[in-house]
Ligand binder design. Structure first.
Ligand SMILES: Nc1ncnc2c1ncn2[C@@H]1O[C@H](COP(=O)(O)OP(=O)(O)OP(=O)(O)O)[C@@H](O)[C@H]1O
Ligand SMILES: [Mg+2]
Length: 257
């Protein structure tokens, strides 16, 4: 079997006395699409944020293609060089629930920003690339607009274009549709599905269980400070083996018809 693209080894994080998770091990192979589900407060966002060092884990490591780019010392400090953390952040792209676009920059400026500041690309080249990424998410005509003029679904597609512009090897999505009006959810899920069909590797925190069922290659359910149950979508979502997974799914399916 080939090397995992991403390996989490013994990852742990507390906030003060609040243990969020410990001992999280996860291997992500190229082309895997991992859906992470769990109750509010179970640590899904914190886990994603630890993967690209937006949050400092207390213990454990994050390896990309076998190279440990993030290592915690067990005391809440990192034993990683700035260079490794920078490489990690470039190789792992993130899309947030609240889009996190710069309001004072145009849409194209938002997408080009990282290419100029992190990659050192000329602004002309970066804007060219930004345009191509905007076209990919169906917003080729919005480059000159400001984010405040866009719908939530359009803003989230800009955020996806911004992540893609950096050529990440892995994409992390943290509830990318939960801040959206129901009518706008579909256009964002459509873009994520298109990326899935291209074979991109992704980890997706979502409450859209139907989407997870159709798009994920593996489902991870988090509870009790770690990975509580994992398996194929069929296993975890249709035939959950453990009580908290069963309860979570029953709660989420209560009002379906
Ligand atoms: N910056 C922080 N400082 C202190 N505690 C935090 C911080 N971020 C998260 N927490 C705590 O860590 C725990 C996990 O939070 P997290 O946001 O990761 O949960 P989540 O599973 O993403 O929840 P949701 O589904 O509501 O987004 C919670 O108890 C939360 O209060
Ligand atoms: Mg969250």
């Amino acid at each position: 079997m080939s090397e995992p693209l991403l390996r989490l080894g013994g990852l742990g994080k507390s906030f003060g006395t609040n243990l969020v998770f410990s001992g999280v091990d996860l291997d992500v192979m190229p082309g895997d699409r991992i859906a992470i589900l769990g109750a509010s407060g179970s640590g899904k966002s914190t886990l994603l944020r630890c993967i690209n060092a937006l949050e400092t884990p207390d213990e454990g490591l994050v390896k990309i293609n076998g190279t440990p780019l993030l290592k915690a010392d067990g005391k809440g400090r990192l034993r990683s060089t700035e260079r490794d953390l920078c490489a990690l952040r470039q190789r792992v792209g993130m899309v947030f629930q609240q889009f996190n676009l710069f309001p004072h920059m145009t849409v194209a400026g938002n997408v080009a920003e990282g290419l100029v500041t992190v990659r050192g690309m000329s602004s002309g080249k970066a804007l060219e690339r930004a345009q191509a990424e905007l076209e990919r998410v169906g917003l080729g005509d919005k480059g000159d607009a400001y984010p405040s003029r866009l719908s939530g679904g359009q803003k989230q597609r800009v955020a996806i274009a911004r992540a893609l512009a950096m050529d990440p090897e892995i994409l992390l999505f943290d509830e990318p549709t939960s801040a959206l009006d129901p009518a706008l959810v579909g256009e964002v899920l459509g873009v994520i599905e298109q990326l899935a069909n291209e074979g991109r590797t992704m980890i997706l925190v979502t409450h859209e269980i139907g989407f997870a069922y159709h798009v994920a290659t593996r489902v991870v359910f988090v509870a009790e400070h770690g990975i509580y149950e994992t398996g194929t979508p069929e296993e975890v979502l249709k035939h959950p083996a453990r009580p908290l997974t069963q309860q979570f799914l029953a709660d989420h399916q209560r009002f379906q018809f």
